[in-house]
Design a protein around this ligand. Structure first.
Ligand SMILES: Nc1ncnc2c1ncn2[C@@H]1O[C@H](COP(=O)(O)OP(=O)(O)OP(=O)(O)O)[C@@H](O)[C@H]1O
Ligand SMILES: [Mg+2]
Length: 502
C-alpha cells in the first residue's frame, strides 16, 4: 500500500476579533492515527474545517504527496478523499429521515438526477451492509430522531467512510460514547488504519489518545506547538505543552458546612428509563449520581426538571411536595439544570454570550430596559466569562462562533448566574479541556459553600470521587448503592456501576 502524505503549512485565518489560526502547521501520513490536541479555543476544529473545505478565506498551503492542492469547498475536500465528522453531531443528520437515508444522502441526491426516483430498498440494503461491516447495531430503517447521541455519532462515522476516504477527521467522537462504545469505535479506527486510511482524532481525554494514536500534534492559541510520536511523550508533558504551564491539582478544596436536607426524591419512576429512584441532598452538599453512560442519569435529571412523561413518586423541596410538569415550573421552584446535550437544550447558538448568560435569570435583571440593568448584565456576564476562562472576543459575540468547549462553559455559566436552591449538573465537563475543568469544579463547590444543594451526574468516576460528599450509584435506571465519598474508591464506584452487588 502506498502511503499518502498530507501537509498543512503556515495556515492563518481571521474571524471578527480573533485570529483563530496563526501560522498553524500539521502533517501526517495515511495508515496512522494522529491525535490533535489543545485547550478549548486553541483552533483544532478550525484547522480541520480548513482541511475539509468549510472555510475559504485562509492563507497558507496544503500539500498532498508534496504537491500543492487547493481546498476551497467541501466538494474539493471530498474529491481528495478527505472526510470529516464534525463536533456538532446534532446538526449533522436529518432527524426525520431514516438511518439508511442519512447514510446514503449523497448517493440519493446524485442518483435522483439520473433516475428521478429513489430506490429505498437499495438504499437500505447498502446502508445495512455498511452498518453490519462496522458492527453497528442500528436498523437502517430507524428514524434518526429516535437515536441516542452515541448512535448518531456512529451513523456519522458510517456515512463518512461510505465515501472514498483517504483521510478521516473525527472531531471529539468519543464525547457522547460509553466505554464499550468507545472500544467499538476504536476497533473501527484500527480497521481503517489497517486499510491505509489516515485518521485525525481530536479529544480532550488524554488516556484514550495514548491508547489509540500513533502521533500527536499540540496546538495553543491558534499556533503549532509540537508534533511527536506517542511513544516519546507523556500525558504530563503534553498537558504542559497545551496549557503552556504545568497542570495543577484538578480538584480544589472548598471548606463548607453541610446543613439541612433541602431536596428529597422518593420512588421516582417514569415510563421509560427511571425505576424507583430515591435520594436526598442537603444545603451545602454535593451529591453524585454516578453511573456509566446510558445508566439513566440523564433521564433522572430530566425527570426532576419536568421533562418526563408519566412521572410517579414524590419530589420535595424544603419538605414541601412539588408538582413539576415542565421546566418553567422547575425553575420557579428553585431548580437549575445544566443539561447534557447543551447545544440542543442548554444554549441559544444564534444569540450572543451576554444574552445566553443572563437568559436564565430574567427576574434578577428585571426592568430590563433601564440603564442600570444593562450595566448589571454586562458586569455579571463579563465576570463569568473571566472566571470560567471563556475564550471569546467579547460578550457580544454569537455563541455559534465560539469553540465547542467554550459553548459548554457558557451553558454552565448561565446557571451559575441564575439564583437557584438546587443545581443539577449533567456531565458538566464533557468537551471541556483539562485546564478549564478546575474552574468549573471551583465554581460548583463555591455554590455549595453558599448553601446551595448540588446534584452532580457523571460517568467520569474520578470526578465523582474528586468533588462529591456522597454519591448514589445508578445502574439500569435504579439507585443500587449509596456511598460516602471519603470512604469510597473509584474501583468501588466502577464495581457498582457495572452491576456489581454486595
Ligand atoms: N466561524 C467563526 N467565527 C468567529 N470565530 C470563530 C469561528 N470559528 C472559530 N472561531 C474562533 O476561533 C477560535 C478557535 O476555535 P476552534 O473551534 O477551532 O477551537 P477548538 O480548539 O476546536 O476548541 P474546543 O476544544 O473547545 O472544541 C475560537 O476562539 C473561536 O471563538
Ligand atoms: Mg473544537
Amino acid at each position: 500500500m502506498t502511503q499518502s502524505t498530507l501537509k498543512m503549512k503556515n495556515i492563518t485565518i481571521d474571524f471578527p476579533g480573533v485570529r483563530a489560526l496563526d501560522d498553524a502547521q500539521f502533517s501526517m501520513n495515511t495508515g496512522k492515527v494522529h491525535a490533535l490536541i489543545g485547550a478549548n479555543g486553541a483552533g483544532k476544529s478550525t484547522l480541520m474545517k480548513v482541511l475539509s473545505g468549510a472555510y475559504t478565506h485562509y492563507t497558507g498551503e496544503i500539500l498532498l504527496n508534496n504537491k500543492k492542492i487547493e481546498i476551497r469547498s467541501p466538494q474539493d475536500a471530498k474529491d481528495l478523499g478527505i472526510q470529516i465528522v464534525y463536533q456538532e453531531v446534532d446538526t449533522a443528520l436529518i432527524p426525520y429521515l431514516t438511518v439508511g437515508e442519512n447514510i446514503m444522502l449523497n448517493k440519493m441526491v446524485n442518483g435522483m438526477g439520473k433516475r428521478q426516483f429513489i430506490q429505498y430498498s437499495q438504499i437500505h440494503k447498502e446502508a445495512s451492509k455498511l452498518l453490519e461491516e462496522l458492527n453497528i447495531n442500528v436498523s437502517s430503517r430507524r428514524l434518526v430522531r429516535t437515536l441516542t447521541l452515541a448512535e448518531k455519532q456512529m451513523i456519522l462515522i458510517a456515512r463518512a467512510i461510505s465515501r472514498d476516504c483517504r483521510f478521516l477527521i473525527l472531531d471529539e467522537p468519543t464525547a457522547p460514547l460509553s466505554s464499550a462504545e468507545t472500544e467499538r469505535l476504536f476497533e473501527i479506527v484500527r480497521q481503517l488504519r489497517a486499510s491505509n486510511v489516515g485518521i485525525i482524532f481530536i479529544s480532550h481525554r488524554l488516556q484514550e489518545l495514548f491508547e489509540i494514536c500513533d502521533e500527536i500534534t499540540v496546538m495553543r492559541n491558534g499556533k503549532f506547538i509540537s508534533h511527536d510520536r506517542i511513544g516519546e511523550v507523556t500525558i504530563d508533558s503534553i498537558v504542559e505543552k497545551m496549557l503552556g504551564k504545568q497542570m495543577e491539582e484538578q480538584f480544589p478544596t472548598v471548606e463548607r458546612d453541610i446543613k439541612d436536607k433541602i431536596f428529597e426524591v422518593e420512588h421516582l419512576r417514569d415510563d421509560e428509563k427511571v425505576e424507583d429512584v430515591s435520594f436526598h441532598v442537603c444545603a451545602g452538599e454535593v451529591i453524585g449520581l454516578a453511573g456509566l453512560v446510558g445508566a439513566g442519569k440523564t433521564e433522572i435529571c430530566k425527570a426532576l426538571f419536568g421533562e418526563s412523561s408519566h412521572l410517579e413518586g414524590t419530589v420535595k423541596m424544603h419538605g414541601r411536595a412539588l408538582k413539576i410538569r415542565n421546566s418553567n415550573q422547575a425553575v420557579h421552584y428553585g431548580l437549575a439544570l445544566v443539561p447534557e446535550e447543551r447545544r440542543k437544550e442548554g444554549i441559544l447558538v444564534g444569540e450572543n454570550v451576554k444574552t445566553n448568560l443572563t437568559s436564565a435569570n430574567l427576574s434578577y435583571f428585571s426592568h430590563r430596559f433601564s440603564f442600570l440593568n444593562f450595566r448589571k448584565e454586562r458586569k455579571v456576564s463579563t465576570e463569568m466569562v473571566e472566571r470560567l476562562g471563556v475564550k471569546t472576543p467579547s460578550i457580544e459575540t454569537k455563541l455559534a462562533n465560539l469553540s465547542g468547549g467554550n459553548q459548554q462553559k457558557i451553558a454552565i455559566g448561565k446557571w451559575l448566574i441564575a439564583d437557584a436552591d438546587v443545581y443539577i449538573f449533567d456531565e458538566p465537563t464533557k468537551g471541556v479541556d483539562v485546564g478549564s475543568k478546575k474552574d468549573i469544579f471551583t465554581l460548583i463547590l463555591e455554590l455549595a459553600k453558599r448553601g446551595k444543594a448540588i446534584i452532580y451526574a457523571s460517568s467520569e468516576l474520578t470526578e465523582i470521587v474528586g468533588i462529591t460528599d456522597r454519591s448514589y450509584v445508578i445502574y439500569d435506571g435504579k439507585v443500587v448503592k449509596e456511598l460516602q465519598t471519603d470512604k469510597t474508591t473509584e474501583e468501588q464506584l466502577l464495581f457498582y456501576s457495572t452491576g456489581g452487588r454486595d
